[in-house]
Ligand binder design. Structure first.
Ligand SMILES: C=C(O[C@H]1C=CC=C(C(=O)O)[C@@H]1O)C(=O)O
Length: 415
């Protein structure tokens, strides 16, 4: 494969595949893939380590001509993993044929092809050696309209599940569990998802906007990033609505910061991320106090983690170590996973699973797949949103919080 620098400043999404976009962007920077030369599928409890092993093997044999040398240049795979060990959803790493990337104002294009013969010397085929051609940007289209309705769990059933979770927390079974619900709709239009991802990128520029194998969303939560030996993550847990005017908005953020319920929910999520990342780092620092993160639809409590890799782990190794954090499962992890599987009553698929990319050097950026929907081949669109439940959670307030969290994806489908 070959990566070359290009002189490009135009937005990347209009060049993505209209039906099946492959996108990872924040504030206009990131990677967009076209075509597919290889798909690594995995499932079950070892889905991340199996994919990581296959990726390391592939990267070791790749013939790379990388003239840019940034994270995300050279060999790259986009990935999305199922949340649960028991999920029926397949986890995927997709290697595109063309990657268009941008980072710190520098742009590049990579063209990847598979060697066809058994001679390793053929790894860089003639085709891949040619300078890659990037597609022309497509004209803007209207977002496809999807009408959503509650999935298998009705709003009443969700409130009942929250009440039951609080009973179990009060009984001392666990400290926190994250409970989600679904909205389901149908995508009819032929023009696919590019307009939807464009809308998410415009409306939520500070989130990770992703589209990988039909999983599409705008996540504010960084599961883990690895960049030349530096590790970082952004832990989110604790949520409140935006206020109507400026004063009430500031007031809401201040209340969120002082709310014992939200602070507890947040502290458990930070503890789980720190305890699972720490063994892999030589140094790991957390922001001393949580801060309030403003998104167009809500406020979150946030903590940033930054550190130095201590054991040569790749981004996928760290994904395996930290998933699932208490921001999407609960505490203690094992009891929380069993409780959410029982009380939610549906397969989360790739919702709340890791989504992102990894390169041939093991650098990568992974978010938790939140504020997202999975679009299946038959056009079924399933959106997901969940809330951290602790002992003083109120069912009606948690239901209202899911409505806020559905907003980005519902609006990106014309709702
Ligand atoms: C589980 C979700 O959000 C998590 C991330 C941030 C805040 C959360 C909360 O306040 O409950 C959740 O832990 C979701 O958006 O579906």
């Amino acid at each position: 494969m070959r990566t070359v620098a290009v002189d490009e400043t135009e937005p990347l999404i209009p060049r993505a595949d209209p039906r099946n976009p492959l996108v990872w962007l924040r504030r206009g920077e990131g990677v967009v893939g076209l075509g597919e030369v290889l798909r690594i599928e995995s499932s079950g409890p070892t889905r991340v380590e199996d994919a990581a092993a296959a990726w390391t093997e592939l990267a070791a044999h790749a013939d790379v001509d990388d003239r840019v040398g940034l994270p995300g240049t050279g060999l790259v795979a986009f990935g999305a993993f199922a949340f649960a060990d028991e999920s029926a959803a397949t986890s995927v790493l997709l290697v595109p044929e063309i990657v268009m990337g941008r980072r710190d104002g520098r742009a590049w294009v990579t063209r990847i092809s598979l060697a066809t013969g058994d001679d390793e010397a053929q790894d860089v085929s003639d085709e891949a050696s040619e300078d890659p051609v990037i597609p022309e940007p497509a004209p803007r289209r209207k977002v496809p309209r999807v009408t959503f309705a509650p999935g298998s769990v009705t709003p009443d059933a969700y409130e009942a599940a929250v009440a039951e979770a609080v009973r179990r927390i009060d009984a001392g079974d666990l400290s926190k569990v994250v409970l989600a619900r679904q909205l389901v709709g149908e995508l009819h239009e032929d023009d696919g998802l590019r307009a939807t991802i464009n809308r998410l990128a415009e409306d939520y520029p500070d989130t990770w906007v992703f589209a990988v194998d039909g999983l599409i969303g705008a996540s504010p939560e960084t599961l883990v990033r690895v960049d030349h030996g530096q590790v970082s993550a952004r832990v989110l847990a604790g949520t409140t609505a935006r206020g109507a005017g400026e004063a009430s908005d500031r007031e809401r953020a201040a209340q969120l910061l002082e709310s014992p319920k939200n602070r507890e929910e947040h502290a458990l999520a930070v503890a789980s991320a720190v305890s699972t990342l720490e063994p892999h780092t030589a140094r790991l620092d957390a922001s001393p106090e949580p801060f309030t993160l403003q998104l167009p639809n809500l406020w979150h409590l946030a903590t940033d983690l930054k550190g130095t890799l201590g054991d040569g782990s790749t981004a996928l190794d760290l994904v395996r170590a930290v998933h699932p954090t208490a921001a999407v499962a609960g505490t203690p992890r094992k009891v929380a996973l069993a409780t959410l599987a029982e009380l939610e009553g549906f397969d989360r698929g790739r919702y709340a699973g890791p989504v992102g990319w990894v390169d041939g050097d093991g650098d990568g950026e992974w978010a938790i797949a939140l504020r997202c929907a999975q679009v299946d081949a038959d056009g079924t669109v399933t959106a997901y949103a969940g809330c951290g439940i602790v002992h003083d959670s109120a069912p009606a307030a948690e239901l209202a919080e899911t409505v806020m969290k559905f907003q980005p994806i519902v609006e990106a489908f014309g709702g």
